[in-house]
Design a protein around this ligand. Structure first.
Ligand code: GLC
Length: 799
């Protein structure tokens, strides 16, 4: 196997980097000096639009006092981390709890209810979690009825008593559930009946268990499924059949995703259709359109407050346009993904309006209370989602003299899935969308969909029952459709959403911890935690399919394995988050990142972060300073992160604009509807003029676009990137360099990623010879690999 004798030092060239000053210039990059772009942006306007009346729990006042109190504690000052800096005063995650006064101010709650910090970090390793608790074996059809609601917490025993009445679920058999007879009962269809029969027993069991044997509701549910199948058009049925015959169709390594806002990318749905050739040029064959259904202006949470699940936001087009686009995508072999915002509706949704008006049968669809007694109890254990922009989990409705549960913004009312009518009707909404041709349904905020007093109202067992039922629904009515769970939780909570091989739940989940850990690695330059995280991912069954990403439309939440970090480096959670935020907002000396904080919660020291990949990698600062060395390094950093993303098993998903290194957009500061939500920093309009430069490799955009395309093409063509490959990490002998191995059907890849801004050398003891896939060149051995600042290399073993 070795014909070469001389030992070649493997050189992983990337961009034709001049040998830059090998050590960082001690530039004085204070945020102001380095990013006047930002400074220029007139920050915080005088609080425009926030809707007047039902502001969440009284007054979402900017909390006055508590300030950093606990946050303090010295910076860990990692940077190099090579030498695990001993943290002084460990501070432990427990610290935040100490915090005095809660915030909230007016909220009728006594306790601060911080919860937050404690829960997430508890679990260490990601777990296999093959079995997400719940249901006992399905048992025959007959059985369910007899059983008095089996063991498990699944039984919603201590229902939080939504809507004043004690048992909303039962009595709320309004209209629909009460009248299953009405449905036209389409002619029997063998295909449907066969699929239904396969799942019927389990479905009935779970449904009846959750809904207290409400047979009227169940029969309605089944007739609704039959009706939705009858509505499914031929082209979609054909695709169902094809994908049913090839159930691994979505595990192909050439799948490449992109997520985008219709308005920011092309104005309208028709516009997106016209731009499909651009997406194909990007290699994209999985397209995630951000929420586009009707949503009130100024109260939309970026479209995540849906007022009508069957109507497109008029500025973007119509449902026909969406269907047309879906047809066009299908014809091109491009899958189309849409959010299904199922945890809540907009307060403008018909159900919400009727509930507000007190119309019978509608308050039961949400969580309404006459007074603050129960909400106050909830607040003791429910962590806040938007502690700064929308504190609290309930909103007082002055006109209705009621309190309603609103975990997200005050205008997003949580749906009550303990009411079978809600599940029935929302499932029908989901199937309405899949019948328009949507292939991938992103289950938005799915961990939140079941509420139980005395809990965090996250990831409860009933959530898994509901997701399992939705999976069966998809397999019965539209088996070509995939469920993508949005589970932005700590690792131990994520994997259970895959379910078990016998009882699968989601087809795909986001690899959120790897994403956050990747950014941590960039800020510290130390790969230890990322390696630890990857070891956990590699230990999961290979059937678990993750979507890998660097950036998305949301902020980066610092959900890292803090117990591990603390044990290994003495980094405590609060000061470490502060360090990361300082680093990525460019405040930390030497940092060239340009991000902004999101929902800075001084009580917990828990701010999250916004910004585009390129701006976080230093491209914005380098361009502003016209520093070509810095720019070269920033572009290399951006490309290395993408190469790292592409090295992971699963489906890589680009955030629109990242393919050409789009920078932050500060214009939201001046927009009355967006100014207080810094996520708009990275939701700017796609800059077609800059994207035009993608073909010119002398431009920065061209370098980024071509560089990325090259990597994507290699990945699509090379079997070693198959999702079923064995993947492992290895010690490269250099704390800045991550080493990843992949093996599939006799092909082996040894990859290196230098997370430092310095030149680095690294080692693998795997025997050669090797061919470098990106830059070319061969090496007998990898015992001395040289990497440029932020360089990387993909070495393929030649048999
Ligand atoms: C999801 C979305 C986020 C939105 C939230 C509420 O987490 O990604 O953008 O704010 O759901 O629907």
């Amino acid at each position: 196997m070795t014909q070469k004798k001389k030992k070649t030092a493997a050189k992983a060239a990337h961009a034709p980097a001049k040998k830059a000053a090998s050590s960082e210039k001690p530039v004085n990059v204070s945020a102001e000096a380095a990013a006047p772009v930002k400074a220029a942006a007139p920050v915080k306007e005088p609080a425009p639009v926030k809707e007047p009346a039902p502001v969440k729990t009284a007054t979402p006042v900017k909390e006055p006092a508590p300030v950093k109190a606990a946050a303090p504690v010295k910076e860990p000052a990692p940077v190099k981390t090579a030498a695990p800096v001993k943290e002084p005063a460990p501070v432990k995650t427990a610290a935040p709890v100490k915090e005095p006064a809660p915030v909230k101010a007016a909220a009728p709650v006594k306790e601060p209810a911080p919860v937050k910090a404690a829960a997430p970090m508890k679990e260490p390793a990601p777990v296999k979690t093959a079995a997400p608790v719940k249901e006992p074996a399905p048992v025959k059809a007959a059985a369910p009825m007899k059983e008095p609601a089996p063991v498990k917490a699944a039984a919603p025993v201590k229902e939080p008593a939504p809507a004043k009445a004690a048992a909303p679920a039962k009595k709320s058999t309004p209209a629909k559930a009460a009248a299953p007879v009405k449905t036209p009962a389409p002619a029997k269809d063998d295909v449907f009946e066969r699929r239904l029969a396969r799942h019927y027993d389990e479905l009935k069991w779970l449904y009846c268990e959750l809904y207290h044997n409400d047979m009227g509701a169940f029969e309605y549910f089944i007739s609704m499924l039959r009706r939705c199948w009858a509505d499914r058009k031929e082209g979609l049925r054909a695709q169902d059949a094809l994908r049913e015959a090839d159930p691994n169709w979505y595990r192909r390594r050439d799948l490449l995703g992109m997520m985008l806002y219709v308005n920011a990318f092309a104005g309208t749905l028709r516009g997106v259709e016209e731009k499909l050739p651009y997406l194909s040029e990007c290699g994209v064959n999985y397209l995630h359109l951000m929420p586009l259904l009707e949503s009130p202006k100024g109260r939309s949470d970026g479209g995540y407050a849906v007022a009508d699940f069957r109507k497109v936001q008029p500025e973007l087009g119509t449902m026909d346009d969406l269907e047309h686009l879906a047809d066009a995508c299908r014809a091109k072999g491009m899958s189309l993904c849409l959010d299904f915002v199922m945890n809540h509706t907009s307060e403008d949704h018909e159900w919400a309006r009727k509930a507000r008006a007190g119309e019978p049968g509608y308050r039961d669809r949400y969580f309404f209370y006459d007074n603050w007694d129960i909400p106050r109890e909830f607040e003791k254990t429910v962590p806040q989602v938007f502690p700064t922009t929308a504190p609290g989990s309930f909103t007082w409705l002055e006109d209705a003299q009621q309190v309603v549960m609103t975990n997200f913004y005050p205008y997003q009312w949580d749906l009550n899935y303990a009411n079978p009518t809600v599940f029935n009707d929302m499932t029908e909404n989901l199937l309405y969308l899949t019948n328009r041709g949507i292939d991938v349904i992103r289950l938005d905020a799915v961990p939140y969909i079941w509420k139980e007093l005395g809990t965090t109202c996250r990831n409860l067992p009933q959530v898994h029952t509901l997701v399992r039922m939705m999976r069966m629904v998809a397999e019965i009515v539209c088996p070509s459709v995939l469920l993508l769970g949005e589970v932005v939780m700590e690792p131990a909570k994520v994997a259970p959403y895959f379910g078990t091989p016998e009882k699968p739940e989601c087809h795909m989940l986001y690899n959120v911890t790897t994403m956050a850990t990747t950014w941590h690695t960039l800020a510290t330059g130390n790969v230890a935690l990322l390696r630890h995280q990857m070891n956990s991912v590699c230990a999961l069954p290979r059937d678990f399919l993750f979507l890998n990403y660097l950036r998305c439309h949301d902020d980066i939440g610092w959900g890292l394995d803090y117990p591990w970090l603390y044990g290994r480096f003495g980094f405590a959670e609060v000061p470490h988050k502060k360090y990361l935020n300082d680093y990525f907002t460019g405040r930390f000396p030497g940092s060239n990142s340009r991000g902004e904080l999101y929902n800075d919660d001084p009580r917990l020291g828990d701010a999250r972060l916004c910004g585009t990949t390129a701006s976080l990698c230093g491209v914005e600062a380098a361009e502003f300073e016209r520093d070509s060395t810095k720019l070269e390094r920033a572009v290399a950093c951006d490309l290395m992160l993408h190469a790292w993303m592409l090295t992971q098993s699963g489906i890589p998903v680009l955030y629109s604009g990242d393919e050409v290194g789009q920078l932050n957009d500060y214009s939201y500061h001046q927009d009355g509807e967006k100014w207080d939500d810094s996520r708009y920093l990275h939701r700017g309009n796609f800059q077609w003029d800059l994207a035009e430069m993608r073909h010119d490799e002398t431009t920065r955009q061209g370098k980024q676009f071509q560089g990325l395309r090259h990597l994507e093409e290699i990945r699509a063509a090379e079997p070693v990137f198959d999702t079923r490959a064995d993947v492992w990490t290895f010690d490269t002998g250099n704390p800045h360099v991550l080493g990843i191995g992949r093996w599939y059907q006799g092909r082996k890849l040894i990859a290196f990623f230098n997370f430092s801004r310095e030149f680095a050398s690294a080692t693998s003891w795997e025997k050669g010879p090797y061919k470098e896939l990106v830059y070319g060149g061969e090496a007998d051995a990898l015992d001395h690999v040289e990497l440029y600042p932020y360089g990387f290399a993909w070495y393929l073993h030649l048999e």
